[in-house]
Design a protein around this ligand. Structure first.
Ligand SMILES: *[C@@H]1O[C@H](CO)[C@@H](O)[C@H](O)[C@H]1NC(C)=O
Length: 178
């Protein structure tokens, strides 16, 4: 490939990489493909909108308190995550982050230190039990919530009605007419 071809290719890759880079952060195309998204020390209070090719995400030294449930689900390539030096609010809404880190990046878990609430302050997210995180009021779905159950109930009701009708018909026809 001629040199200019290589340049055009590099430019295209860089261009594709810079697209969707969140405003306060800087993005860099990695040799292994994917993006390094550097948001260190930007005073962030919320997670920025992250490009789908994010492979490394640096969030160290910000004012992040929480990560919305599902926040990393659209980032299949995410392999490195730096979360230290943020005032994490370790309540039930951080359960997503905790489980995600346990599954995908256990080595990053010790870096998440909680600043609040009182029960969790100065502890690590990974040390908190499910009880201490709170359960957000989650409940197992009641069997009544299942449409299939209502379908069965309707079927049984129709059967009972049919049987009652049949019984009453038999009853009246069996009775001698006065
Ligand atoms: C953290 O970020 C702030 C800017 O938000 C910066 O002034 C400070 O030097 C950074 N601290 C460290 C330890 O990197």
């Amino acid at each position: 490939m001629p040199a200019w071809g290589l340049w055009i290719l590099l430019w295209a890759v860089a261009e594709a990489g810079s697209q969707g880079c969140p405003a306060p952060c800087t993005c860099q195309v990695l040799e292994t493909m994917g993006l390094r998204v550097d948001c260190e020390g930007r005073g962030l209070t919320a997670l920025p909108a992250l490009p789908v090719h994010t492979r490394q995400l640096l969030l160290t030294n910000n004012s992040l308190r929480t990560v919305p449930p599902g926040a990393f689900d659209h980032l299949p390539q995410l392999q490195a995550l730096a979360l230290a030096q943020n005032p994490w609010h370790c309540d039930c809404s951080l359960t997503y982050l905790r489980l995600w880190l346990e599954d995908r990046m256990p080595e990053a878990l010790p870096g998440v230190r909680c600043a609040s609430p009182g029960l969790a302050a100065h502890r690590r997210l990974g040390q908190l039990t499910g009880y201490q995180l709170g359960n957000c009021g989650w409940q197992l779905p009641a069997p009544w919530a299942h449409p299939r159950v209502w379908w069965d109930v309707a079927l049984v009701a129709v059967l009972i009605l049919g049987l009652a009708l049949l019984a009453s018909l038999l009853w009246t026809s069996a009775k001698p007419l006065d």
